[in-house]
Design a protein around this ligand. Structure first.
Ligand code: NAD
Length: 578
């Protein structure tokens, strides 16, 4: 830790680093206590208030003369920061500006993005975060989170001790191998845990003093990065399977040792590693994979909402998934486990799925089929039922009531397929989930036109409202950001020991209920951005309640109160000398 000595030099103390502590003072009010003084305070975003430090704080913290004389409040600072934000025209420059602010003054950053939520979310999160990940090494300015490199395998304890936030309760971790449809981004993947944690705080109300973004730098197979002289990660091909598994095991053991019961959110791992890590740790610790489970939660929420609007239920639905990769199979798994919880037999649940991948409809004798795809493959005995195994051929035979696209094949839900589907099924549920926008299997407008509006739609990417039947149609997005912030809030609030299928189902139901009970539109089956915070709280209440009921919570008490008490809003606490 940096300490200020009498002669005003700074020195390192050789104990565990603790820059600050959030605590309650004698009057029961929250304060931030620090042993630092002077300039270092202005360089730590959790401590820095900039021009909002009071005169008293300036005197006691050695800041006199280091700031312009006028003491501002947070609102004034937000106003200035917004003007500065507006001075940038390119989204990537706006993203860089917000990242710098995030690394300068955390409270101001959150106050700003919460005030201008709709405008800034696409800048700090998708889609612009994808560009910032690609540009990571080029646009790197300040650092945040922990970079855990395979080269440092013998120093992992030290790395995890070197965190700035002492009380870490939520970790988002990536190895940058499967980023947002842009694949292997190596160390640049760090942009994703940072962005996810911004949403956990801005939407889910988890205090930024309790979070930690982590990137595992295990090399990269992205030749462009390896050839880039500015690349900031380990210039080495990705390590082999055995080394990787050993490294993950060591990382997990350090995390357990250092952070005891922190909730671990895995993000943007390649499909194979994502599944194997989740399978290995889900029963051993409180852990969650957003690409698999988060996607499943929002997709199920959309389906439940559409079925509720139709006065129907999940039993007997025919679910066709086009693109059986990580997302497609993740959705199938989540729907399947939810059906089992609802009392279906495994066979009954499995019979409701058809999966199509590059080979066409998947059968149990198909070539190149993965284990997870095999779980949902149809029996080879059904082959004669189909003239062709293409999407159109399968639609004509099985008449799917729910059609989900996770293929990233643009336009694959053609007008002809959609027209035929609408003629065979009353109000099918159609979810073209592929991102980015130009990869969507169909646009909502094309779906409405081809089906004459007799349809329920939600998309993976955001689409603008369009006019249909003389009315403006607003289409909700099947965005994981409606699920994970509330799930995390619940887990941290009640100190859940595990994330169970029941808790995830409760999350889907909470999203569905919010959307269906909201008077916004009788066509909407997933939320719109304005609903984010309310949705997160509804999800958190439902998930926390389920955790307590199932004896899966480390804290007892009213789960709703626990969630409300935890919810963090950006405001300045007094900073005092420790
Ligand atoms: P992935 O690469 O793991 O899966 C894509 C699958 O589509 C692969 O199995 C591939 O073989 C298959 N495919 C490719 N061409 C095909 C074709 N012509 N016919 C049939 N199948 C074909 O990727 P993923 O992580 O599963 O993501 C898929 C898409 O879903 C991406 O666009 C991603 O952005 C999107 N997604 C959306 C959400 C959401 O809306 N909440 C969440 C996760 C992923």
């Amino acid at each position: 830790m940096l300490l200020r000595s009498k002669n005003h030099c700074y020195q390192l103390r050789e104990t565990t680093m603790q820059y600050f502590k959030v605590k309650k003072n004698k009057q029961g009010k929250k304060v931030i206590e620090t042993q630092l003084a002077g300039k270092p305070i202005l360089t730590i975003p959790q401590l820095n208030k900039g021009t909002a430090f009071s005169q008293e704080e300036r005197r006691s913290l050695g800041l006199l003369g280091k700031l312009p004389g006028r003491v501002e409040d947070l609102d004034g600072q937000v106003q200035r920061a917004y003007q500065q934000f507006c001075d940038y025209t390119l989204p990537i420059h706006k993203n860089i500006f917000l990242n710098v602010l995030h690394n300068t003054n955390e409270v101001l950053f959150y106050a700003l993005i919460k005030k201008h939520f709709k405008e800034m979310m696409p800048i700090v999160y998708t889609p612009v975060v994808g560009d910032s990940v690609v540009d990571f090494s080029k646009s790197f300015r300040q650092t945040r989170g922990l970079y855990v490199s395979y080269e440092d395998i013998d120093n992992l304890e030290e790395i995890f001790q070197n965190r700035t936030n002492q009380d870490v309760q939520l970790i988002v971790i990536t190895d940058g191998s499967g980023v947002l449809g842009i694949g292997d981004q190596g160390v640049g993947g760090m942009g994703i845990p940072i962005a996810k944690l911004v949403l956990y705080t801005a939407i889910g109300g988890i205090s930024p003093y309790n979070t930690l973004p982590v990137v595992l730098d295990v090399g990269t197979d992205n030749q462009t990065l390896l050839d880039d002289p500015l690349y900031l990660g380990w210039r080495h091909p990705r390590i082999n399977e055995k080394e990787y598994q050993h490294f993950i095991e060591k990382v997990i053991s350090c995390i357990k040792q250092e952070y005891d019961r922190a909730f671990i959110h895995w993000e943007d791992f390649s499909a194979k590693n994502a599944v194997s890590i989740l399978d290995r740790y889900r029963e051993k610790m409180c852990t969650f994979n957003d690409d698999i489970q988060g996607t499943g939660v929002v997709a199920l929420a959309a389906i439940l909402a559409a079925l509720k609007r139709k006065g129907s239920n999940i039993k007997g639905q025919r679910i066709l998934i086009f693109g059986a990769g990580a997302a497609g199979c993740g959705i199938a798994e989540h729907l399947f486990h939810s059906m089992i919880k609802l009392g279906f037999t495994e066979q009954e649940a499995k019979d409701q799925f058809w999966l199509i991948d590059r080979q066409g409809l998947l059968f149990d004798d198909s070539d190149n089929i993965s284990q997870v795809q095999m779980n949902f493959a149809r029996s080879k005995d059904e082959r004669p039922l189909f003239n062709e195994y293409s999407l159109h051929g399968v639609v004509k035979v099985i008449k799917p009531t729910i059609l989900i696209g996770c293929s990233a094949v643009a336009g694959s839900f053609t007008d002809e397929i959609l027209r035929d589907l609408a003629s065979l099924v009353d109000h099918p549920v159609i979810l073209p989930l592929s991102n980015p926008t130009e990869r969507a299997e169909a646009t909502p407008e094309a779906i409405y036109t081809a089906t004459l509006g007799r349809v329920f739609v939600a998309t993976g990417s955001p689409f603008p409202a369009f006019s249909f039947g003389g009315k403006a149609q607003v289409i909700g997005q099947c965005n994981n950001a409606y699920a994970f912030p509330g799930i995390g809030l619940a887990v941290v609030a009640v100190k859940a020991r595990r994330i169970t299928d029941e808790m995830l189902y409760a999350a889907s139901e909470a999203i569905c209920d919010y959307v269906v009970n909201n008077k916004y539109s009788d066509q909407l089956i997933t939320p719109i951005p304005e609903m984010s915070v309310e949705i997160a709280k509804s999800v958190a209440y439902a998930v926390a309640k389920k955790a307590v009921e199932s004896d899966n919570a480390g804290l007892s008490g009213d789960p709703i109160k626990l969630v409300d008490e935890l919810y963090w809003e950006p405001k300045y606490y007094p900073v005092v000398r420790g």
